[in-house]
Design a protein around this ligand. Sequence first.
Ligand SMILES: NC(=O)c1ccc[n+]([C@@H]2O[C@H](COP(=O)([O-])OP(=O)(O)OC[C@H]3O[C@@H](n4cnc5c(N)ncnc54)[C@H](OP(=O)(O)O)[C@@H]3O)[C@@H](O)[C@H]2O)c1
Length: 333
Amino acid sequence: MEPVRWGVLSTAKIGTEKVIPAMQRGTLCRIEAIASRNQARASEAAARLGIPRTHDSYEALLADPEIEAIYNPLPNHMHVAWTARAADAGKHVLCEKPLAMTAAEAETLIAARDRAGVRIEEAFMVRNNPQWLWAREQVRSGRIGRLRAIQGCLTYRNMDPDNIRNRVEVGGGGLYDIGSYPITMSRFVLDAEPTRAVALMERDPDFATDRLTSAMLDFGDAQASFTCATQLARFQTMQLLGTEGWLHVELPFVMEPDRDCRILIGDGTFPGALAASEQRFSAVDQYTLQGDGFSERVRTGAPSPFPLENAVRNMAVIDALFRSAANGGWEAV
Ligand SMILES: NC(=O)c1ccc[n+]([C@@H]2O[C@H](COP(=O)([O-])OP(=O)(O)OC[C@H]3O[C@@H](n4cnc5c(N)ncnc54)[C@H](OP(=O)(O)O)[C@@H]3O)[C@@H](O)[C@H]2O)c1
């Protein structure tokens, strides 16, 4: 299968440090060009990463006729506008999470996608990870009985005022950046949508971004809760609690590509917190799997397991949580 010719919008850290090298290690992605608002930055990144061509503007990259697909790791508030422009230029787009600032904004991309006849997906790389496919399969097969509750957590400590996570005007804050993961993965394993949501949110007095958020999602037959924070010690976990057992996903979101991971499996026997067994997974690079999967769908035209409509529904949960944090009560999703 012929690799897809990719262009990258900006010299974003996630692209240059993780996603581009990972896609270059794959078999179906060729990173052909990178664009920056600053030519020197584009040239430096291209030289370091062995990318053949550079552009000194995002517009020039979208006008590049050799490029078939765009990877968009711009700050959150620019995701929709530049993804739409790329689609209008006839390019497929893999856009970083969160896809948009609101569900209404995300929804505009459905029309852009259909108008242009291209593929647009949100880059939640964790959904490509074999451990999550395995966990979902265990839930579906009834191994832990009925999945009734999910608990998640994702935190880091970042006090840099210049970092996009601490700049409210570019879509900073913990809920967009990391709360979006437990929301996505709760919906993924339950294969369902929450009907209402509630959030307790604390904002940084200087940055005005949400720095500590705890939330609950009502899935009817199941409840999901999570905490995300931008000013706490680094931590991540996800626990799926069923009537007959539980799964503890030790490294649910952020992984190093050379690190094996495991899921602990409990059967509810005393004292409850000890695993009865474990499932180990060899190290994989989630970004390589993501890039190759997207490229393969570009070539084959196969339907996406992560269509835009799914991203719109994820944004609707985030919308409800922001409304709840402001109003102090449950909000319909
Ligand atoms: N999937 C994941 O694992 C993962 C991990 C981290 C981040 N992300 C997502 O990736 C995106 C980028 O995150 P990042 O930490 O890599 O960001 P970053 O290093 O700050 O990069 C953002 C890039 O956007 C460009 N840009 C254009 N207008 C800008 C503006 N007004 N302010 C700041 N930058 C501007 C800049 O590139 P030029 O100067 O070259 O034009 C900048 O390098 C976010 O949406 C984030 O949620 C995903």
